[in-house]
Design a protein around this ligand. Structure first.
Ligand SMILES: Cc1ncc(COP(=O)(O)O)c(C=O)c1O
Length: 393
Protein backbone atom coordinates (compact mmCIF):
# COMPACT_ATOMS: atom_id res chain seq x y z
CA UNK A 1 0.00 0.00 0.00
CA UNK A 2 1.17 3.55 -0.65
CA UNK A 3 1.96 5.82 2.27
CA UNK A 4 -1.37 7.44 3.12
CA UNK A 5 -0.55 8.66 6.62
CA UNK A 6 -0.13 12.21 5.44
CA UNK A 7 0.27 15.46 7.28
CA UNK A 8 -1.77 18.53 6.47
CA UNK A 9 -3.15 21.68 7.99
CA UNK A 10 -6.53 19.93 8.09
CA UNK A 11 -5.32 17.42 10.67
CA UNK A 12 -3.83 20.18 12.82
CA UNK A 13 -7.11 22.13 12.61
CA UNK A 14 -8.87 19.36 14.58
CA UNK A 15 -6.57 19.97 17.55
CA UNK A 16 -7.09 23.74 17.35
CA UNK A 17 -10.86 23.25 17.35
CA UNK A 18 -10.72 21.62 20.79
CA UNK A 19 -8.89 24.62 22.27
CA UNK A 20 -11.30 27.06 20.61
CA UNK A 21 -14.16 25.37 22.45
CA UNK A 22 -12.45 25.81 25.83
CA UNK A 23 -11.04 29.38 25.65
CA UNK A 24 -13.29 32.32 24.76
CA UNK A 25 -10.31 34.63 24.12
CA UNK A 26 -8.75 32.16 21.67
CA UNK A 27 -6.97 33.55 18.59
CA UNK A 28 -6.71 31.27 15.59
CA UNK A 29 -3.89 32.19 13.21
CA UNK A 30 -3.91 28.90 11.31
CA UNK A 31 -6.64 29.93 8.86
CA UNK A 32 -6.01 29.41 5.17
CA UNK A 33 -9.04 31.21 3.85
CA UNK A 34 -10.00 34.87 3.47
CA UNK A 35 -11.81 36.50 6.41
CA UNK A 36 -14.35 38.18 4.13
CA UNK A 37 -17.51 36.44 2.88
CA UNK A 38 -18.22 35.46 -0.72
CA UNK A 39 -19.48 38.73 -2.29
CA UNK A 40 -23.30 38.88 -2.41
CA UNK A 41 -23.59 39.26 -6.24
CA UNK A 42 -21.94 35.83 -6.61
CA UNK A 43 -24.34 34.27 -4.12
CA UNK A 44 -27.30 35.87 -5.96
CA UNK A 45 -25.94 34.52 -9.25
CA UNK A 46 -25.83 31.03 -7.72
CA UNK A 47 -29.49 31.23 -6.69
CA UNK A 48 -30.39 32.46 -10.20
CA UNK A 49 -28.46 29.61 -11.79
CA UNK A 50 -30.39 27.08 -9.71
CA UNK A 51 -33.71 28.72 -10.59
CA UNK A 52 -32.75 28.65 -14.26
CA UNK A 53 -32.25 24.90 -14.00
CA UNK A 54 -28.47 24.50 -14.00
CA UNK A 55 -28.69 21.33 -11.95
CA UNK A 56 -27.43 18.67 -14.36
CA UNK A 57 -23.99 17.52 -15.43
CA UNK A 58 -21.77 20.13 -17.06
CA UNK A 59 -19.12 19.59 -19.75
CA UNK A 60 -15.97 17.98 -18.29
CA UNK A 61 -13.85 20.92 -19.43
CA UNK A 62 -16.23 23.46 -17.87
CA UNK A 63 -18.91 25.64 -19.51
CA UNK A 64 -17.59 27.63 -22.44
CA UNK A 65 -19.11 30.87 -21.01
CA UNK A 66 -17.06 30.39 -17.84
CA UNK A 67 -13.88 29.49 -19.73
CA UNK A 68 -14.29 32.67 -21.81
CA UNK A 69 -14.80 34.67 -18.60
CA UNK A 70 -11.60 33.12 -17.18
CA UNK A 71 -9.76 34.25 -20.33
CA UNK A 72 -10.96 37.80 -19.62
CA UNK A 73 -10.00 37.49 -15.95
CA UNK A 74 -6.43 36.53 -16.84
CA UNK A 75 -6.26 39.35 -19.40
CA UNK A 76 -7.02 41.76 -16.56
CA UNK A 77 -4.87 40.04 -13.97
CA UNK A 78 -1.80 39.22 -16.04
CA UNK A 79 -2.23 41.11 -19.29
CA UNK A 80 -1.92 37.80 -21.11
CA UNK A 81 -4.31 36.37 -23.71
CA UNK A 82 -5.03 32.64 -23.92
CA UNK A 83 -7.73 30.75 -25.78
CA UNK A 84 -10.78 29.30 -24.01
CA UNK A 85 -9.76 25.86 -25.36
CA UNK A 86 -6.66 26.11 -23.14
CA UNK A 87 -8.72 26.37 -19.95
CA UNK A 88 -9.82 23.37 -17.88
CA UNK A 89 -12.21 24.21 -15.04
CA UNK A 90 -11.70 21.99 -11.98
CA UNK A 91 -13.20 21.49 -8.51
CA UNK A 92 -10.57 23.71 -6.86
CA UNK A 93 -6.86 24.22 -7.49
CA UNK A 94 -6.13 21.05 -5.55
CA UNK A 95 -7.96 18.96 -8.17
CA UNK A 96 -6.02 20.72 -10.96
CA UNK A 97 -2.74 19.90 -9.21
CA UNK A 98 -3.83 16.28 -8.65
CA UNK A 99 -4.68 15.93 -12.38
CA UNK A 100 -1.25 17.30 -13.33
CA UNK A 101 0.46 14.76 -11.05
CA UNK A 102 -1.65 11.95 -12.47
CA UNK A 103 -0.90 12.90 -16.08
CA UNK A 104 2.80 13.34 -15.37
CA UNK A 105 3.11 9.89 -13.81
CA UNK A 106 0.98 8.21 -16.49
CA UNK A 107 2.79 9.90 -19.38
CA UNK A 108 6.20 8.44 -18.89
CA UNK A 109 8.48 6.63 -16.55
CA UNK A 110 8.94 8.92 -13.65
CA UNK A 111 11.10 8.69 -10.55
CA UNK A 112 10.91 12.11 -8.96
CA UNK A 113 9.32 15.53 -8.71
CA UNK A 114 11.05 18.80 -7.87
CA UNK A 115 9.65 21.51 -5.63
CA UNK A 116 10.83 24.03 -3.06
CA UNK A 117 11.32 23.65 0.69
CA UNK A 118 9.19 25.13 2.30
CA UNK A 119 6.32 23.74 0.18
CA UNK A 120 2.54 23.60 0.14
CA UNK A 121 1.89 20.25 1.81
CA UNK A 122 -0.29 18.84 -1.01
CA UNK A 123 2.69 18.58 -3.41
CA UNK A 124 4.67 16.40 -1.06
CA UNK A 125 1.66 14.31 -0.06
CA UNK A 126 0.80 13.61 -3.72
CA UNK A 127 4.38 12.66 -4.52
CA UNK A 128 4.34 10.21 -1.62
CA UNK A 129 0.97 8.78 -2.70
CA UNK A 130 2.27 8.29 -6.25
CA UNK A 131 5.43 6.65 -4.90
CA UNK A 132 7.73 9.36 -6.29
CA UNK A 133 10.96 10.63 -4.82
CA UNK A 134 10.71 14.26 -3.72
CA UNK A 135 13.63 16.52 -4.59
CA UNK A 136 13.40 19.60 -2.43
CA UNK A 137 15.21 22.79 -3.35
CA UNK A 138 15.80 24.72 -0.15
CA UNK A 139 14.77 28.39 -0.34
CA UNK A 140 17.47 30.84 0.69
CA UNK A 141 16.87 33.33 3.50
CA UNK A 142 17.61 36.97 2.69
CA UNK A 143 19.24 39.41 5.14
CA UNK A 144 15.88 41.14 5.80
CA UNK A 145 14.13 37.88 6.73
CA UNK A 146 12.56 37.07 3.37
CA UNK A 147 12.85 33.85 1.36
CA UNK A 148 14.31 33.55 -2.11
CA UNK A 149 14.35 30.82 -4.73
CA UNK A 150 17.80 29.33 -5.31
CA UNK A 151 17.02 28.88 -8.97
CA UNK A 152 20.40 27.33 -9.83
CA UNK A 153 19.79 24.60 -7.27
CA UNK A 154 16.16 24.16 -8.36
CA UNK A 155 16.98 23.59 -12.04
CA UNK A 156 19.90 21.30 -11.23
CA UNK A 157 17.47 18.98 -9.47
CA UNK A 158 15.50 18.50 -12.71
CA UNK A 159 16.86 15.64 -14.82
CA UNK A 160 15.75 12.79 -17.13
CA UNK A 161 14.07 11.00 -14.22
CA UNK A 162 11.92 14.00 -13.30
CA UNK A 163 8.36 14.22 -14.61
CA UNK A 164 7.08 17.29 -12.78
CA UNK A 165 8.41 20.48 -11.24
CA UNK A 166 6.01 22.50 -9.14
CA UNK A 167 6.34 26.06 -7.92
CA UNK A 168 4.02 28.31 -5.94
CA UNK A 169 3.97 32.10 -6.30
CA UNK A 170 3.16 34.02 -4.15
CA UNK A 171 4.31 31.26 -1.86
CA UNK A 172 2.47 29.49 0.95
CA UNK A 173 3.99 29.70 3.55
CA UNK A 174 7.25 31.50 2.60
CA UNK A 175 5.58 34.65 1.11
CA UNK A 176 8.07 34.97 -1.75
CA UNK A 177 7.35 35.83 -5.37
CA UNK A 178 9.11 34.19 -8.28
CA UNK A 179 10.94 36.51 -10.71
CA UNK A 180 10.53 36.33 -14.49
CA UNK A 181 14.17 35.33 -15.04
CA UNK A 182 13.73 32.48 -12.53
CA UNK A 183 10.66 31.20 -14.37
CA UNK A 184 12.61 31.40 -17.64
CA UNK A 185 15.45 29.27 -16.27
CA UNK A 186 13.00 26.67 -14.96
CA UNK A 187 11.11 26.49 -18.25
CA UNK A 188 14.37 26.19 -20.22
CA UNK A 189 15.55 23.28 -18.15
CA UNK A 190 12.13 21.63 -18.16
CA UNK A 191 12.00 21.76 -21.96
CA UNK A 192 15.37 20.04 -22.13
CA UNK A 193 14.09 17.05 -20.12
CA UNK A 194 10.45 17.22 -21.22
CA UNK A 195 9.22 17.90 -17.70
CA UNK A 196 5.83 19.44 -16.88
CA UNK A 197 6.04 22.65 -14.82
CA UNK A 198 3.05 23.40 -12.61
CA UNK A 199 2.81 26.96 -11.35
CA UNK A 200 0.33 27.26 -8.49
CA UNK A 201 -0.72 30.92 -8.42
CA UNK A 202 -3.79 30.82 -6.16
CA UNK A 203 -2.53 33.89 -4.23
CA UNK A 204 -1.92 35.95 -7.41
CA UNK A 205 -4.05 38.80 -6.07
CA UNK A 206 -2.27 38.89 -2.72
CA UNK A 207 0.83 40.78 -3.86
CA UNK A 208 2.61 43.42 -1.84
CA UNK A 209 5.67 44.44 -3.87
CA UNK A 210 5.10 45.35 -7.49
CA UNK A 211 3.20 43.18 -9.90
CA UNK A 212 2.47 39.49 -9.84
CA UNK A 213 4.69 37.57 -12.27
CA UNK A 214 3.21 34.43 -13.75
CA UNK A 215 4.45 31.42 -15.67
CA UNK A 216 2.16 32.73 -18.43
CA UNK A 217 4.52 35.72 -18.83
CA UNK A 218 7.33 33.46 -20.05
CA UNK A 219 7.48 33.21 -23.82
CA UNK A 220 7.13 29.57 -24.88
CA UNK A 221 5.45 28.58 -21.58
CA UNK A 222 2.94 26.49 -23.55
CA UNK A 223 5.47 23.71 -24.27
CA UNK A 224 5.64 22.50 -20.67
CA UNK A 225 3.73 24.92 -18.41
CA UNK A 226 0.51 24.36 -16.47
CA UNK A 227 -0.85 27.49 -14.78
CA UNK A 228 -3.14 26.80 -11.81
CA UNK A 229 -5.50 29.26 -10.16
CA UNK A 230 -8.72 29.21 -8.20
CA UNK A 231 -11.77 31.18 -7.15
CA UNK A 232 -11.07 30.17 -3.52
CA UNK A 233 -8.72 32.90 -2.34
CA UNK A 234 -9.56 35.83 -4.63
CA UNK A 235 -13.32 35.62 -4.22
CA UNK A 236 -13.51 33.97 -0.77
CA UNK A 237 -15.08 30.88 -2.38
CA UNK A 238 -13.07 28.15 -0.62
CA UNK A 239 -16.13 25.99 0.04
CA UNK A 240 -17.49 26.31 -3.48
CA UNK A 241 -14.66 24.19 -4.85
CA UNK A 242 -13.86 25.90 -8.11
CA UNK A 243 -10.47 26.32 -9.72
CA UNK A 244 -8.89 25.91 -13.13
CA UNK A 245 -5.73 25.30 -15.05
CA UNK A 246 -4.39 26.75 -18.29
CA UNK A 247 -2.11 24.70 -20.54
CA UNK A 248 -1.65 23.92 -24.23
CA UNK A 249 -4.82 22.49 -25.83
CA UNK A 250 -3.30 19.03 -26.25
CA UNK A 251 -2.48 18.76 -22.55
CA UNK A 252 -5.91 20.17 -21.66
CA UNK A 253 -7.61 17.51 -23.73
CA UNK A 254 -5.66 14.72 -21.94
CA UNK A 255 -6.33 16.23 -18.53
CA UNK A 256 -10.02 16.58 -19.43
CA UNK A 257 -10.26 12.84 -20.12
CA UNK A 258 -8.79 12.10 -16.71
CA UNK A 259 -11.16 14.62 -15.10
CA UNK A 260 -14.24 13.15 -16.80
CA UNK A 261 -13.41 9.75 -15.33
CA UNK A 262 -12.85 11.06 -11.81
CA UNK A 263 -15.56 13.64 -11.13
CA UNK A 264 -17.45 14.08 -14.49
CA UNK A 265 -17.53 17.88 -14.25
CA UNK A 266 -17.18 20.69 -11.72
CA UNK A 267 -20.57 21.56 -10.15
CA UNK A 268 -22.77 23.14 -12.84
CA UNK A 269 -24.49 25.96 -10.89
CA UNK A 270 -21.24 26.93 -9.15
CA UNK A 271 -19.64 27.45 -12.57
CA UNK A 272 -22.46 29.74 -13.70
CA UNK A 273 -22.18 31.81 -10.51
CA UNK A 274 -18.44 32.16 -11.05
CA UNK A 275 -19.08 34.11 -14.26
CA UNK A 276 -20.47 36.83 -12.00
CA UNK A 277 -17.31 36.70 -9.89
CA UNK A 278 -15.26 37.65 -12.93
CA UNK A 279 -17.50 40.72 -13.47
CA UNK A 280 -16.71 42.11 -10.01
CA UNK A 281 -13.02 41.18 -10.07
CA UNK A 282 -11.62 44.74 -10.15
CA UNK A 283 -13.44 45.73 -6.95
CA UNK A 284 -12.50 42.55 -5.12
CA UNK A 285 -8.85 42.83 -6.11
CA UNK A 286 -8.68 46.44 -4.89
CA UNK A 287 -10.25 45.49 -1.57
CA UNK A 288 -7.79 42.61 -1.01
CA UNK A 289 -4.80 44.81 -1.84
CA UNK A 290 -5.79 47.53 0.62
CA UNK A 291 -6.62 45.21 3.51
CA UNK A 292 -3.75 42.76 3.16
CA UNK A 293 -1.12 45.40 2.49
CA UNK A 294 -1.85 46.95 5.87
CA UNK A 295 -1.64 43.54 7.55
CA UNK A 296 1.63 42.64 5.88
CA UNK A 297 3.20 45.94 7.02
CA UNK A 298 1.99 45.31 10.55
CA UNK A 299 3.31 41.73 10.69
CA UNK A 300 6.70 42.80 9.33
CA UNK A 301 6.91 45.57 11.93
CA UNK A 302 5.78 43.40 14.84
CA UNK A 303 8.11 40.57 13.87
CA UNK A 304 11.01 43.03 14.19
CA UNK A 305 9.86 44.24 17.60
CA UNK A 306 8.74 41.03 19.29
CA UNK A 307 11.03 39.28 21.74
CA UNK A 308 11.97 35.78 20.64
CA UNK A 309 11.10 36.16 16.93
CA UNK A 310 13.25 36.86 13.89
CA UNK A 311 12.20 39.63 11.48
CA UNK A 312 10.18 38.48 8.51
CA UNK A 313 9.77 40.01 5.05
CA UNK A 314 6.66 39.33 2.97
CA UNK A 315 6.34 39.74 -0.80
CA UNK A 316 2.92 38.17 -1.20
CA UNK A 317 0.44 35.49 -0.19
CA UNK A 318 -1.73 35.07 2.85
CA UNK A 319 0.86 33.93 5.39
CA UNK A 320 4.05 34.74 7.24
CA UNK A 321 6.53 31.96 8.04
CA UNK A 322 7.91 33.20 11.36
CA UNK A 323 11.24 31.92 12.67
CA UNK A 324 11.95 31.57 16.40
CA UNK A 325 15.12 33.11 17.82
CA UNK A 326 18.04 30.98 18.99
CA UNK A 327 17.21 31.83 22.64
CA UNK A 328 13.66 30.51 22.31
CA UNK A 329 14.90 27.41 20.49
CA UNK A 330 17.20 26.72 23.43
CA UNK A 331 14.05 26.42 25.57
CA UNK A 332 11.80 24.32 23.32
CA UNK A 333 12.69 21.32 21.19
CA UNK A 334 10.90 22.38 18.02
CA UNK A 335 7.98 24.32 16.51
CA UNK A 336 5.48 21.60 17.49
CA UNK A 337 6.39 21.94 21.13
CA UNK A 338 6.33 25.75 20.83
CA UNK A 339 2.90 25.69 19.11
CA UNK A 340 1.57 23.56 21.98
CA UNK A 341 3.07 25.99 24.49
CA UNK A 342 1.30 28.92 22.75
CA UNK A 343 -2.00 27.01 22.70
CA UNK A 344 -1.83 26.45 26.45
CA UNK A 345 -0.13 29.63 27.63
CA UNK A 346 -1.29 32.34 25.20
CA UNK A 347 -4.44 30.77 23.72
CA UNK A 348 -3.09 31.31 20.21
CA UNK A 349 -2.86 28.80 17.39
CA UNK A 350 -0.04 28.98 14.84
CA UNK A 351 0.63 26.11 12.46
CA UNK A 352 3.90 24.27 13.23
CA UNK A 353 6.38 24.60 10.38
CA UNK A 354 7.02 20.86 10.16
CA UNK A 355 3.91 20.54 7.98
CA UNK A 356 5.56 22.76 5.33
CA UNK A 357 9.28 22.28 5.60
CA UNK A 358 12.02 19.76 6.26
CA UNK A 359 14.75 22.41 6.34
CA UNK A 360 13.06 25.15 8.35
CA UNK A 361 10.07 23.40 9.89
CA UNK A 362 11.47 22.79 13.36
CA UNK A 363 12.28 26.44 13.96
CA UNK A 364 9.40 28.21 12.16
CA UNK A 365 5.62 28.51 12.36
CA UNK A 366 3.01 29.71 9.89
CA UNK A 367 0.89 32.69 10.80
CA UNK A 368 -2.20 33.65 8.78
CA UNK A 369 -2.85 37.24 7.71
CA UNK A 370 -6.56 36.49 7.32
CA UNK A 371 -7.53 38.23 10.58
CA UNK A 372 -8.18 41.87 11.57
CA UNK A 373 -5.18 44.08 12.40
CA UNK A 374 -6.39 44.35 16.04
CA UNK A 375 -6.24 40.58 16.32
CA UNK A 376 -2.73 40.55 14.85
CA UNK A 377 -1.61 43.15 17.41
CA UNK A 378 -3.12 41.22 20.32
CA UNK A 379 -1.55 37.98 19.07
CA UNK A 380 1.96 39.48 18.95
CA UNK A 381 1.43 41.03 22.40
CA UNK A 382 0.62 37.61 23.81
CA UNK A 383 3.50 35.94 21.94
CA UNK A 384 5.91 38.48 23.44
CA UNK A 385 4.51 37.80 26.93
CA UNK A 386 4.72 34.02 26.46
CA UNK A 387 8.30 34.32 25.16
CA UNK A 388 9.31 36.44 28.15
CA UNK A 389 8.03 33.76 30.54
CA UNK A 390 9.81 31.08 28.50
CA UNK A 391 13.13 32.91 28.40
CA UNK A 392 13.03 33.59 32.16
CA UNK A 393 12.25 29.97 33.00
C1 LIG B 1 -0.67 27.09 -2.34
C2 LIG B 1 -2.05 26.54 -2.39
N1 LIG B 1 -2.46 25.88 -3.48
C3 LIG B 1 -3.69 25.36 -3.57
C4 LIG B 1 -4.60 25.50 -2.54
C5 LIG B 1 -5.95 24.89 -2.67
O1 LIG B 1 -6.84 25.77 -3.31
P1 LIG B 1 -8.31 25.30 -3.69
O2 LIG B 1 -9.22 25.72 -2.58
O3 LIG B 1 -8.62 26.05 -4.95
O4 LIG B 1 -8.28 23.84 -3.90
C6 LIG B 1 -4.23 26.18 -1.38
C7 LIG B 1 -5.14 26.29 -0.25
O5 LIG B 1 -4.83 26.60 0.86
C8 LIG B 1 -2.92 26.71 -1.30
O6 LIG B 1 -2.50 27.36 -0.21
Amino acid sequence: MPDLKLESTVTYAAKVKQYKKIYRDFIDLTLGEPDFKTPQPIIDALNDALKKGYTGYAPAQGYEELRKAIVQLEEKRLGVTVDASQVLVTPGAKAAIFLAFLLATLSRKCRNIVTTDPYYYQYVNLARMFGLQIRLSKLAVTSDGGFKLDVGDFVEKIDEQTCLAIVNTPHNPAALKIRLSEFEEIIDRAKKYNVLVVSDEVYADYVFDGKHISILHVSGWEDVGIYVNSFSKTFAMTGWRLGYLIANSKLVSLLKSLAANIYTSPTSFVQIAAIKAVEIYDDVRRMILTIFHERKNLVEELSRQTLGLKPVRLEGGMFAFITLSREVLDKVDNSNEYADYLLRKAHIALTPGTIFSKAYGKQALRLSLAVHTNVIKEAFRRIEEANRVLLNS
